[in-house]
Design a protein around this ligand. Structure first.
Ligand SMILES: [Zn+2]
Length: 423
């Protein structure tokens, strides 16, 4: 929006407003298209029944072909549209209503409906309403993650049971591919998969740090995994690559450990223990890891006294513990909708160090390389909202404001003055 001093009191839409308006109209039309697709299907089914054609599958195929031909899309795409239309018109009309008011985009609706399809019907009622609220508030990437977390939380009450069943199905599968290549699939507990991948990555990074090594990280990672599996060792690797162990963050709400089972924890409304980038794990697994297994960095979501939260103006580079905390809190790049994991981000001083910014939790947040550049070299500005626990307010060049909340809340820590800091 902008105003013209020549015409006081009048507010004109700017270019961003016009784009937003067109997008809203597209969403409203998309909702209408879905209603019409479903009407078309119902009418065709009705006609077929009237003519005594009982082979529903063949009739459905005919409808799919009709829609595909009319829209000039593949039959597969037409089939997806028909199923999506049926879901929003009949099963989840609240989603269609939200689209009809341009409150959520068609993409949000697709993600929500796909998630509901995968979800056991018993959980539908608990997920749909908060899912719609998320779709109406969050950008696609954030929405997808928060919806996943919501579903994980709802389902985690029966986590142990489902986990034990799933673990019994662990296996290794070989899948041939073209050109003399193939895939090796491992179906195993995600915690172990994550640890294995993390170790392979650290080994690959260590060996490719040598400039003479021209392999990509992907190539070096595969070589490390094969060396370990085939020869059982990486003896030929440099010393520093051999000694590495996985480093995986496990978040364990301490209160959760006091509960006997996942069901009793869920009943008490306490989040399940989780592994970074994976989601909830059963209490039994978390207890094992919290017991001090090597290579696991425990982040207890309870004050660990003495943690350094600020080094003020003493040093520019945040100490490792502070960096870890900043990244753990955000989990992702703190730009609107960005999904880049915090582990691959830079830590940004929101108030520039050069302008007197402090190296402390309330002035730091992870940004991916791209968004770090945007923030420093364009007219976008950012600030951390005081007292918000790390929320970042972005202001666009056109003056629009977007609030990005961190994924996790850091509990109230006892502040430690920088004089006590061990750094
Ligand atoms: Zn980013």
């Amino acid at each position: 929006m902008f105003t013209d001093p020549a015409i006081p009191g009048q507010v004109f839409p700017d270019h961003v407003d016009l784009v937003v308006e067109a997008a809203a109209m597209m969403t409203v039309l998309a909702a209408q298209r879905l209603e019409r697709i479903d009407e078309m299907r119902r009418e065709a089914l009705h006609e077929a029944a009237r003519h005594g054609r009982g082979l529903t599958e063949v009739v459905e195929r005919g409808i799919r072909l009709e829609l595909a031909a009319a829209l000039r899309v593949t039959e597969h795409a037409a089939g997806s549209l028909l199923a999506f239309a049926e879901a929003v018109v009949h099963t989840h009309p609240a989603v269609l209503a939200s689209m009809g008011r341009a409150r959520m985009s068609e993409r949000h609706a697709e993600i929500l409906v796909a998630a509901m399809w995968e979800l056991e019907p018993a959980f539908h009622a608990q997920v749909l309403e908060p899912g719609i609220a998320l779709a109406e508030a969050e950008p696609v990437g954030t929405f997808r993650r928060r919806l996943r977390a919501l579903i994980d939380r709802v389902r985690s009450a029966t986590l142990t049971e489902r986990y034990e069943q799933a673990v019994s199905k662990r296996r290794v599968v070989v899948e041939p591919d073209d050109d003399g290549m193939g895939w090796l699939h491992l179906y195993a507990p995600m915690v172990a998969i994550h640890a294995a991948h993390s170790r392979a990555t650290v080994i690959a990074k260590t060996v490719t740090a040598d400039e003479a090594d021209t392999r990509t990280l992907d190539q070096a990672r595969v070589d490390a995994v094969l060396d370990l599996l085939i020869d059982g060792s990486v003896d030929t690797y440099a010393e520093q690559a051999r000694g590495v162990r996985a480093s995986v963050f496990v978040t364990v709400p301490v209160l959760a450990l006091l509960h006997e089972s996942d069901a009793s924890r869920a009943a008490a409304g306490i989040d399940a223990p989780a592994v970074e980038g994976i989601g909830p794990i059963p209490l039994s697994v978390a207890r094992e890891l919290a017991g001090g297994a090597r290579g696991w960095t425990r982040v207890l979501t309870h004050p660990e006294t003495g943690m350094v939260l600020s080094v003020g103006r003493d040093q520019y580079r945040p100490p490792p513990a502070l960096q870890k905390l900043v990244k753990w809190r955000a989990d992702r790049c703190m730009a609107p909708g960005c999904g880049m994991p915090a582990s691959r981000c830079d830590v940004d001083h929101h108030v520039d160090w050069a302008l007197g910014g402090h190296t402390e939790l309330t002035n730091l947040g992870p940004l991916c390389e791209g968004h770090h550049t945007v923030r420093h070299h364009t007219d976008w500005t950012i600030e951390q909202v005081p007292g918000s626990g790390g929320a970042i307010l972005w202001t666009s060049p056109s003056g629009r404001r977007y609030l990005v909340e961190p994924e996790r809340a850091v509990p109230a820590f006892r502040p430690v003055s920088s004089a006590d800091a061990p750094f």
